[in-house]
Design a binder for this molecule. Structure first.
Ligand SMILES: Cc1cc2nc3c(=O)[nH]c(=O)nc-3n(C[C@H](O)[C@H](O)[C@H](O)COP(=O)(O)O)c2cc1C
Length: 167
């Protein structure tokens, strides 16, 4: 039996929810990282993915100016990054510098990778689609990276709760 609810009331039943980090370069040269749960792989050949970015985000402005971004699957040890990058804006501070999150250069794009993440995808934007109050950006994955020591990715387990899928 299904009970009629508002969409917002059903949000908590969607956990655990995978979470990613989107990193894009600003015109000032600073790389900004934002937490994004609303992403998905969309194609295997060519490899592609999509991520939904709210119009109010600094990341939306940057994605509209740039043609490349990194989509990171953070490890289960990166809950501080997921929470901080998802509750502060790059308009106010350099988030990567504030946390001292280790980075390394991307190889195919003008971007950075997060060294301690499970996976990093370098992406070139191929298109966008307005969906309500968010814009979906589609990107072709032009380089894929995995941690040399395989490490489980992190999930959102509830409001402001993060951890591995089995925790
Ligand atoms: C776990 C988590 C997941 C989030 N997922 C998304 C998302 O998919 N899309 C989005 O636009 N914002 C999402 N947010 C909110 C942004 O990360 C947040 O507004 C951030 O401060 C925006 O940073 P910016 O202004 O530097 O772009 C999420 C936040 C958290 C904590």
């Amino acid at each position: 039996m299904q009970i009629l609810k508002t969409y917002r009331e059903t949000r908590s039943a969607q956990y655990p929810e995978p979470v990613s980090l989107v990193i894009v370069k600003g015109l000032d040269g600073i790389f900004n990282a934002m937490s994004a749960a609303w992403f998905m792989i969309t194609s295997i050949e060519p490899p592609m993915l999509a991520v939904s970015i709210g119009f109010q985000r600094h990341t939306y402005e940057l994605m509209s100016q740039q043609s490349e971004f990194t989509l990171v699957l953070p490890s289960e040890k990166m809950s501080a990054e997921v929470e901080f990058f998802g509750s502060n804006s790059g308009r106010d501070l350099d988030k990567l510098e504030a946390l001292g999150t280790p980075t390394q250069p991307a190889v195919e794009i003008d971007g950075v990778l997060l060294s301690e993440a499970s996976v990093n995808y370098e992406c070139r934007i191929t298109g966008s689609l307005k969906t309500g109050d968010h814009m979906i950006f589609a990107g072709e994955i032009v380089a894929s990276h995995e941690n040399e020591t395989p490490v489980p990715r992190i999930y959102t387990l509830g409001p402001k709760q993060f951890g591995g899928a089995k925790s």
